[in-house]
Ligand binder design. Sequence first.
Ligand SMILES: NC(=O)C1=CN([C@@H]2O[C@H](COP(=O)(O)OP(=O)(O)OC[C@H]3O[C@@H](n4cnc5c(N)ncnc54)[C@H](O)[C@@H]3O)[C@@H](O)[C@H]2O)C=CC1
Ligand SMILES: O=C(CO)[C@H](O)[C@H](O)COP(=O)(O)O
Length: 294
Amino acid sequence: MHIGLIGLGKMGFNMRERMRKGGIEVTGFDRNPDVTDAASVDELIAALPTPRLVWVMVPSGEITDAVVTELGEKLSPGDMVIDGGNSRFTEDQKHAAALAEKGIRFADCGVSGGVWGLQNGYGLMAGGAEEDIELAMPVFDALRPEGERADSFVHVGGVGAGHYAKMVHNGIEYGLMQAYAEGYELLAAKDIVKDLPGTFRAWQKGTVVRSWLLDLMVKALDEDPGLASIDDYVEDSGEGRWTVEEAIANAVPAPAITAALFARFASREDNSPAMKMVSALRHQFGGHATRPAN
Ligand SMILES: NC(=O)C1=CN([C@@H]2O[C@H](COP(=O)(O)OP(=O)(O)OC[C@H]3O[C@@H](n4cnc5c(N)ncnc54)[C@H](O)[C@@H]3O)[C@@H](O)[C@H]2O)C=CC1
Ligand SMILES: O=C(CO)[C@H](O)[C@H](O)COP(=O)(O)O
């Protein structure tokens, strides 16, 4: 099988490598000339046998939209586009409908594994029609971890379902990270547990809270004890917000994920207007002292 792969950044670059190791021929395109195989989308399309299969792995939102639109203009009936980036599931339905008008097939695939996917394989959750998923199966097989397919790949439903599953996966990721991080801060705040890295290391084996994120926490502390080199500002790319929006739309209580999202927003404030107001109100009603601004 020969596939086109657009977007060769932190994810796509390694995915190209893993696909090739898995016996898939890959022609990649990236606007960064240092990593691209093809000089343009046209050249990528010309290199592929029909029906053409093109995997998109670029930032979600406007960039993915532009790439999918361009593919819609340049591919032929029977060809297929897979969006493997972290697109919002509602975008999939829009893209699938626009491509279907031209007879082009579309599937979405949530990809998990980050920059470790090259060595560990990627967890994959695909959405789309049965026959379209079947067509791309050799690529999914190359990307996923070795072992039983059912352990590492799931066809979760129709178009949009793959990204919906990935959205919830990332919402859970927010909550888990926040819980580990709060535990880290509490252990560091009180001078009673003398070996903090050792505690986390011990938790890696056998405990209820062992996990890959815990392993990565131990690694982060090994690399930078105290995390002195890292600022406390935390970005987000959208999946957490969409998870919270979906929780609201479906009246599903999601306090842990929501709090984790809001903690990231709080991390970006040097000076919180809300907390200034809380302090001002305590002063107003109770005469409690405020701390002067510095
Ligand atoms: N980094 C991660 O842990 C994961 C990221 N994702 C998703 O995968 C997608 C890619 O993520 P990353 O590789 O981390 O981002 P990245 O920013 O490292 O790479 C994006 C690549 O796309 C290229 N690009 C941008 N616009 C382009 C265009 N119009 N045509 C061709 N190439 C273009 C850039 O030059 C860059 O190499 C995103 O949707 C992201 O949310 C999904 C799972 C995990
Ligand atoms: O999908 C991922 C991991 O599973 C990406 O790393 C994603 O960017 C994480 O979300 P956020 O940037 O909002 O923290």
